[in-house]
Design a protein around this ligand. Sequence first.
Ligand code: HEM
Length: 328
Amino acid sequence: MGKDHFWQKGYLEVIMIVTSESTPSPNATGSNPNWQSIFPDADHRWVMGVRRGDAPAFFSPRDPTGRVRAEREHWLTENPERYAALTPTAEPALADTVALAQQMGVTLAPTLTPWEQLMALGRTWEADFVWMHPDETGAHRLTGGVVCFPSSWALRDKLGRTMSETHRPVPGLNAALDRQIETFFAKMIPGVAWTRENANYSRVPDLNQHPLRPRPPLDATVTGEEFLIRLEHQLLLKFPASGSILFAIRVEVFPLSEVLNCAEGSARLARLLDTMSVAAAEYKGIAQAREVIVPLLRSLPLAKSEPQPHSESDTAPDPARDVGLSSP
Ligand code: HEM
């Protein structure tokens, strides 16, 4: 590769030190989400929700069965053009990402072409990943990556798009967050990782929810047993060498019963679903299902109880705001 990367100069230690102060991931083991920190105690709105992250922990393998990687291998073999993309602008970010992966113990043959490197990373990591790179106006555009487990969007549709264009299908998101997202990206300190969560809902546990794969609707016939929560853990990391931003996504699927076991989590999810605008609920595919799910979440004696006093982490200031990375 012949290029010095920031983690080769000891910056990985800096990442570790910075992130050791961060809020622990609510689901670092992949088995026990803290629903109270995932669902805010508030009416629904689109939020930044970023806090300090830990890139090595994010990318470390979590699936001892190997099923996740086997499925990625399957989709990348069956239709590589659908699930992977690489523009010339992305090649420096690919080199940065390969160096990051190697630093974390991934072995890649030095003879691989850039496309082969991309495919190898896509098969090796359990997480999806894309890169955003600023254009001549400073707007960040999607330049490539591997997305095998999308939540109802297609990598190819977003390639070359700005954040604003990427988020356009989400009703009201750009009005609420577009400026904050671009400001956040511009101010990100290279080598410092950030994380956020996003919850989606589904009737099937399939990790790959590409728009071309048909799925049963979450309509009013859905039962509590069928209603699944698709939790996305997202990581953002700016590379000092290329200046691109790595955006990685891990998906986990949980039955609603996991939330029903948490009284406060149930109350918060009920409030979130109930207060979503019709447009937002339609976008998320739960406009009808919420008529069934909200009463279910509220039917539990515990879920009806008074909300507990906020935990320290609920009320702690947004770390992004601490370092001037939230809205200006
Ligand atoms: C700090 C950065 C970001 C924030 C705060 C953010 C926020 C959001 C939010 C709130 C949603 C709606 C999710 C929902 O509840 O369904 C969303 C959707 C989405 N975001 Fe982001 N996002 C960020 C970065 C990115 C990046 C870097 C990408 C790059 C691919 C991306 C791609 C998407 C896509 C594809 C969707 C779904 C849009 C669709 O349905 O077509 N986001 N984002």
